[in-house]
Design a protein around this ligand. Sequence first.
Ligand SMILES: Nc1ncnc2c1ncn2[C@@H]1O[C@H](COP(=O)(O)OP(=O)(O)OP(=O)(O)O)[C@@H](O)[C@H]1O
Ligand SMILES: CC(=O)N[C@H]1[C@@H]2OC[C@@H](O2)[C@@H](O)[C@@H]1O[C@H](C)C(=O)O
Length: 370
Amino acid sequence: MNRKQIYVGMMSGTSLDGVDAVASYFGGAGDLEVIGRSSVDFPPQLRALLLKLASSDLVSFSDLSAAEELLTQSYAQCWKLLSQQYPNITPLALGCHGQTIEHRPNQGYTLQLLNPSLLSELTGCNVICDFRRRDLAAGGQGAPLAPAFHQSFMASDAEDRIIVNLGGIANITWLPAQLDQPSLGMDTGPANILLDGWCQLKQQQAFDNKGHWARGGQLITELLEHLLKDSYFTQGFPKSTGREKFNLNWLQDQLAEFSSSQLADEDIQATLTELTAVSLCQAINTLDTQGTAKLLVCGGGAKNRYLLERIATVSQRTTLTTDELGIPPQDVEALAFAWLAYRHQQGLSGNLPEVTGAKGERILGGYYPA
Ligand SMILES: Nc1ncnc2c1ncn2[C@@H]1O[C@H](COP(=O)(O)OP(=O)(O)OP(=O)(O)O)[C@@H](O)[C@H]1O
Ligand SMILES: CC(=O)N[C@H]1[C@@H]2OC[C@@H](O2)[C@@H](O)[C@@H]1O[C@H](C)C(=O)O
């Protein structure tokens, strides 16, 4: 194996749970070999700061810089764990997503927190980060970016596929078997953000393990219909969203508008699970009009068995996880950022203009040498 082609992707997403790292070797087109992975949970202080930053328009410089420093330390710790497990790895760069604290592409900005200079200093590695803003500068949404990676490594000329990422937010990539046709994609709405938020509020649990709690509830059809009236769900693509839109305040407002009477907590969880499945499947139907694609699920939501069952039932499509392709669901996003770092170093574009709406292909990210 050519050691020079190893990149480490590092991702911390909208769930605010922690950072994942994956080391991978990249050869030519479609050539990828995962070497290893590590994860670090965010310390409670960092999670609390990130939640505070995400829920307020008034941000103090001291909170912002404290969050950035703690976050950068978590990234460094995650790399340290990986390098202890695999001492022979010398990556060409760490491809780091950073932490999105505000994403408002239609107002011209997206903000990912990370101090790449400090990370270079702490790790002794080259760092590539700030992947989204070049796409945004070129008129795009700056998200989702993973579809370009999905297209390069997960498409097949034997079948139409849709990659479904169930993170805090859900996003999809349509990969037609006719490989000369463009791949398409978008954020479809909430995946785990509302499920986690409601579960934390009512059960004091960070997430609904395997969807057990939702499974025990009853779908409130009228509430589902009410939630689906949000204009995001019928908006055409390109589109992307985040925690600034779909959060507990959004849910509380919807519940207040819907009914003044008491609804059972587990019925609300069941309805939120259905909201994720139905909004996802509505978006899938706009891309896969024949209804023939195979769904391959990745992201932490792949562990929510009940959600996966609902997606399979509502979509009426074969629903598997990316394990089917030999790529563990929890590796996909970090791998995408390892690949984006590889693309940057090779002087190659990282975005799909058909997905983000950018004027053209662009080399994404900025380079911070060790
Ligand atoms: N055993 C489980 N049962 C149910 N859900 C789970 C389980 N394990 C993880 N999850 C869900 O997966 C989430 C984490 O997923 P992931 O790491 O893909 O999110 P992310 O990368 O932060 O999000 P995004 O893709 O939006 O940036 C958790 O917040 C939780 O909701
Ligand atoms: C702005 C931002 O951080 N967006 C994330 C988020 O998490 C899922 C979805 O919303 C997607 O748009 C994106 O992440 C993945 C990695 C992407 O860009 O493809």
